[in-house]
Design a protein around this ligand. Structure first.
Ligand code: ARG
Length: 258
């Protein structure tokens, strides 16, 4: 009888302990079910991509937005959206933010708000290894060049003039076109080009050293959502202070951000 009572007592204590742990727990847990609806174009490694099984979202931006969500006490829900559909999706209220290696520029600022810059980038060229005609952006005149639709690469290559620009839905498609010799060059964000050469096992292409632009990536919000913009900037600042930003940076780029 005494033994039975003891077992019962212990069970009761354990139940209470579990309840306390559940309630107290991580104060930043999304206890009141706040959800951050995130849009990305997940074909832009090492910033956003899906693993070979096509499920888990990976990359620098994905880790960063999850850390931001955690800091803010929001549950992060990611959807994969075509790049040129992301700003319309924000405007339609289908997503709260877009994080997708998106360059902050004046044209986009007409339609969305941006967070503080979180990554410094620029554009570079990839050509076949045996291509000796193309060394600079000016050499793209008269050549066929693949770019992703709606990107700064598309805008900049069109500005050069006299380039036969072929626009594709994803940056993966631009690389495929180069491999198939449908174009002479690909213009894309430098870290994405570098990662492609490093990771794809493609040995017949090279990245050229010239950088065309200096671009800052920002997280985009609806024009009127200054409240969310403020919260995200504050979280970003905290992640810089507590070393988490650097940890994520080193994980994807192998160096520190400073
Ligand atoms: N930084 C460039 C831009 O803003 C390219 C971004 C493309 N991002 C992507 N996930 N495909 O236009």
């Amino acid at each position: 009888m005494a033994k039975k009572l003891l077992v019962l007592c212990m069970a009761a204590i354990m139940a209470v302990a579990a309840l306390v742990a559940g309630c107290g727990g991580d104060q930043k847990a999304a206890s009141d079910n706040k959800v951050l609806k995130v849009g990305t174009n997940a074909d832009f490694a090492p910033f956003e991509f899906q693993d070979e099984n096509g499920k888990e979202y990976q990359g620098f931006d994905m880790d960063l937005i999850r850390a931001i969500g955690e800091e803010m006490g929001y549950k992060v829900e990611i959807s994969n959206i075509q790049f040129d559909g992301l700003i319309p999706a924000i405007q339609a209220g289908n997503i709260d933010v877009a994080i997708t290696g998106m360059t902050i520029n004046e044209e986009r600022k007409q339609n969305v708000l941006f967070s503080d810059p979180y990554y410094k980038s620029g554009l570079s060229i990839i050509v076949a290894k045996d291509n000796n005609d193309i060394k600079t952006f000016q050499d793209l005149k008269g050549k066929k060049v693949a770019v992703q639709i709606g990107t700064t690469s598309a805008a900049e290559v069109n500005k050069i003039g006299g380039v036969e620009v072929k626009e594709f839905n994803s940056s993966a498609d631009t690389f495929m076109e180069l491999r198939a010799k449908g174009v002479d060059a690909v213009v894309n964000d430098r870290p994405v080009n570098d990662y492609y050469i490093l990771k794809s096992g493609e040995t017949n292409v090279k990245a050229l050293p010239e950088l065309l632009t200096s671009e800052d990536y920002g997280i985009a919000f609806a024009k009127n959502n200054t409240e969310l913009q403020g919260k995200v900037n504050e979280a970003l600042k905290k992640l810089h202070e507590n070393g988490k930003y650097d940890e994520i940076f080193t994980k994807w780029f192998g160096t520190t951000s400073k």
